[in-house]
Ligand binder design. Structure first.
Ligand code: PEP
Ligand code: MN
Length: 263
């Protein structure tokens, strides 16, 4: 179902009115984790003014250590919904367990499946039951074929609205958090008709790498970007080191939009 051979034209996914794919760009930004209402509201206003068209924020966090901040859970989701009411941006947040499938279906505009759950096949199969589009991040060490097969699981179960997100892969290099695989954009474009976006924040793990990698991603033909933005990165409960301040994000998006216009 995801194969370009049987579906030559690009798929355009509609996220509560925001179109993604075939030249329509997704500019998703926001904090790694939802911390407080005031935090998310402040960031949401800034990224909207900068030109973003979706707000991200994790309420359920897949942390490597059980002792790290695990996210606010349902309360975090309520905060995102309240900010959505106030600011009017569609929300993107990660689903980790089928337990919250119905709540997400009701409240979340774009349901994110994180790298660590890319091959959680039971979870993927259940996504056929939701009407919301899915943002499927690439697994930490998934091949293109494995990643596409995971999209296939969602599509075969009845939900064909899938956006793929490259977020860096594990390589021998340890200086950066992961290694951004820019080749994934042209390769996936060849193999599938689904929109492909890039998350340069989790790829590099350092805020100063985001600018160049975001521009390169759009130049490579990505259908959008997911970027972590925090109003006080030094105090962020998660991923502060890779988060841009709102002013930096605003400057970056101006350049990125110019690049997108000539691609
Ligand atoms: C995230 O986007 O917050 C996240 C946890 O990303 P990933 O699943 O790519 O690590
Ligand atoms: Mn993060």
């Amino acid at each position: 179902l995801a194969n370009r051979a049987f579906h030559p034209e690009d798929t355009v996914v509609d996220v509560s009115g925001v179109k993604v794919g075939s030249g329509n760009m997704a500019y998703i930004a926001g904090p790694c984790s939802v911390e407080t209402y005031e935090q998310v509201l402040s960031i949401a206003k800034d990224i909207k003014a900068a030109g973003a068209n979706m707000l991200r924020g994790g309420a359920f966090k897949p942390r490597t250590s059980p002792y790290s901040f695990q996210g606010l859970g349902p309360e975090g989701l309520d905060i995102l919904c309240a900010v959505k009411e106030e600011v009017g941006l569609p929300i993107v947040t990660e689903l980790m367990s089928p337990e919250y499938l119905d709540v997400f279906n009701e409240k979340v505009d774009l349901i994110q499946i994180g790298a660590r759950n890319m091959q959680n096949f039971d979870l993927l199969k259940q996504l056929g039951q939701v009407d919301r589009p899915i943002l499927l991040k690439r697994g930490l060490n998934a091949t293109y074929e494995e990643w596409i097969m995971s999209a296939e699981y969602i599509m075969a179960s009845g939900n064909e609205n899938v956006i793929l997100c490259e977020r860096g892969i594990r390589t021998f290099e340890t200086y950066t958090r992961n290694t951004l695989d820019l080749q994934s954009v042209p390769v996936l474009r060849k193999l599938t008709h689904l929109p492909v976006i890039i998350d340069p924040s989790h790829a590099g793990g350092k805020w100063w790498l985001v600018d160049s990698m975001a521009k390169a991603s759009v130049a490579a033909g990505a259908d959008g970007l997911m970027i972590e933005v925090h109003n006080n990165p030094e105090a962020a409960l998660c991923d502060g080191a890779q988060s841009l301040k709102p002013e930096k994000y605003s400057e970056l998006l101006k350049d990125v939009k110019q690049i997108a216009d000539i691609i």
